[in-house]
Design a protein around this ligand. Sequence first.
Ligand SMILES: Cc1cc2nc3c(=O)[nH]c(=O)nc-3n(C[C@H](O)[C@H](O)[C@H](O)COP(=O)(O)O)c2cc1C
Length: 389
Amino acid sequence: MVFVELDQEPRFDFGTLLAGGDGLDRRARWLAYAPHLHEPLEVTLAQLAVLEAVPRDDGVALDALRQRFEPSVVDPLVEAGLLVTGHNLDARASACDAAARRVPWWPPALLAQASGGWDGIDIEARHEAGLMPTAAQLVDTNGPAPAQECLRRPDAAPCALATPRRHDFDRLLAQRRTCRNFDPAAALSAAELGTMLHRVWGAVGTRELAPGAVAVKKTSPAGGGLHATEAYLLVQRAEGLAPGLYHYLPMQHALEPLQVLDAADAAAMVHRFLAGQYWFADVPVLVVMTARFDRLFWKYRRHAKAWRVVHLDVGHLSQTMYLSAADLGLGAFVTAAINDREIEPALGLAPLQEAAIAIVGFGARSHAPTHIELDGLTPTPAALAADGA
Ligand SMILES: Cc1cc2nc3c(=O)[nH]c(=O)nc-3n(C[C@H](O)[C@H](O)[C@H](O)COP(=O)(O)O)c2cc1C
């Protein structure tokens, strides 16, 4: 499967600079993307004609292609892996190619999933190099953010609403916040871990809809009743568990041990998984949420909304996790800034069949916070009215 982009973005070009120009190459070019390649490849129209001549599943003799189109046109496609010969792809690329053929992806979602992965991103290193913009620098570069309230009818008076009532649930909601300051000495107790895992990712019950089709019930909704999200734990400090990687079994409410790690290796893995977000380093337990595309797309085959469902499912689980942590008095966070391409081999996930979508973490808060959290708020009039009611 190949996707082609007409790229007209000016790009830096050293050759133009040396020739006395402004250092920008403004030529339009065709970029070819394939699900098994990390980077797009610049191709010519003549090379697109070669791809057009190759049936996706049957294959043709390479020599015949070279005779028909010239080796200089065909060979770069083989070298880059855009033409698959059976021995020019590494194991990961082969697995991606096979999954792209087997799993019924909606093609634009496949392109986004295959192209959007990270590896080697280290936000701490970027921060130390002064490459992370502050809020003020963002405003300088991008102008002010679009307004926080978006008026569609500025000419019409808004309809006032009743003052919100306050109940126990509001107190829980008020306690929910993103924690970036975990206690480096505290371990998660066995009761806290068991409660968090069962409340958020555990199955409550099942119902057989037809032989071979079992709907699962959890505390969060999930598209198609399929609950295609898996939970993998990276444990640093939890009562009764060695540091390491585990997989949660939602039906049995138990953990499959995957890999034992020493404390230093577990800390290094936390840093890599979280793309160097050092403010989360002291969290005792991370949960990597992965999507099983093969399970969701079993029902939603080549479906234009199914990839959206993947992210909505994970978002719902994340909010349930935040509320459960708030109820237990624990700090919690979610992040999508993850080195997913490093996580997938570490967890042994089959590429483009199952992938890491987001990571959450939870544990005791630090008593000496140093990293920013969203507090010191200016309350809105509606919140003040509700508090006074
Ligand atoms: C989808 C999503 C991704 C997020 N990614 C990050 C992240 O990469 N790093 C981080 O420190 N916080 C992350 N957050 C937390 C937000 O920054 C946080 O929710 C926001 O600042 C509001 O603060 P609150 O959660 O305390 O209300 C993320 C939140 C969501 C919902």
